[in-house]
Design a protein around this ligand. Sequence first.
Ligand code: WQD
Length: 355
Amino acid sequence: TRSGPGPPSTVLVTGGAGFIGSHACVELLDHGYELIVVDDYSHSTPEVLTRVERIAGRFVGAVYELDVRDRRSLSAVFDRHAVDAVVHFAAHKAVGASMRRPAEYYDTNVGGTTSLLGTMHEHGVHRLVFSSSCALYGEAGPGPLDESTPARPTNPYAASKWLCEQILADICRRCPECTVLSLRYFNPAGAHPSGLLGEDPRGEPDNLMPYVAQVAAGRRKLLRVFGGDWPTRDGTAVRDYLHVMDTVEAHRTALDHLVDGPGMRVFNLGVGRGSSVLDVVAAYRHAAGREVPYEIVARRPGDVAELVADASAVERAWGWRPTRDLADMCRDSWRFQQLNPQGYAGSARRPNGRR
Ligand code: WQD
């Protein structure tokens, strides 16, 4: 089922029940796209898509529980639906975990991407928006870093994203009709303003903001700050936090620009300002009106001191720029935390009203 030359209307979203994927589903539904969602629910739950439907006020679309590495199941989805473009979120993304389980990260992140690419090409689908990461820049800081910064990944997660980009670039060089837009996220954070969607990792959060949220809520005793001796303003690591709603608006904009022509284009997504771990703690304490006790401990293996974006290229090319700041991220994250004290656990309804 070949995709027409015009802008996409039916989009397959892998990892659509995940943190960024679910917020992207809301954004695309709000803008009239028809969606097909695949997710293995390894880091999410069907309840997330039920929330997506509640926010969007319409069915999320066809939903398939599958692992993107399962070629047969994925191919059956492409047999059933005329897919115009794919947005590929499905991946594991924890720096620390990737140091402990490198083979699993390469299998899921690289194997999942090559399985998807093979299936897409079998079905004549050649347009992809790819979820990449600033982590591939490694120790390149302090920045701001633009897209020409050499990739020096310092952990298997970052290396898996860099490998995917190299595979995608080579395929685009050999396939005249292929279009790939690779979006290198800095640090997405926050939640949908309704408080119905947010970041709800399984078990102990790897990422900073969901951990801070759980400490502010009293779900966890204190935050461990990984390193107080980094070469930064206050000694704690600096990142470029980007509201998840800004992040997904950039994905919708990317879909509009698939028609710009074949080839691979890479863009940083960030706000261009760094916030240290202690900056985030202070901002969250202000947004929640709660204490956030912490202790400074040893650095986390695989971490770097600073990653801040030069995201001017995407603004020049597409006119996209983020509009929300750290205070918005903390306020929206806190609202989700308060409305969902135990995350999505509990109301496990399936999407489309199915139980
Ligand atoms: C941020 C800072 C930690 C937890 C991200 C994410 C993911 C992916 C790759 C796009 C770091 C510190 C954290 C904690 C802490 N991006 N921290 N205590 O490491 O920048 O990696 O980039 O897909 O978004 O993996 O994000 O949130 O894990 O950490 O001190 O309990 O907070 O050391 O400096 P990171 P993070």
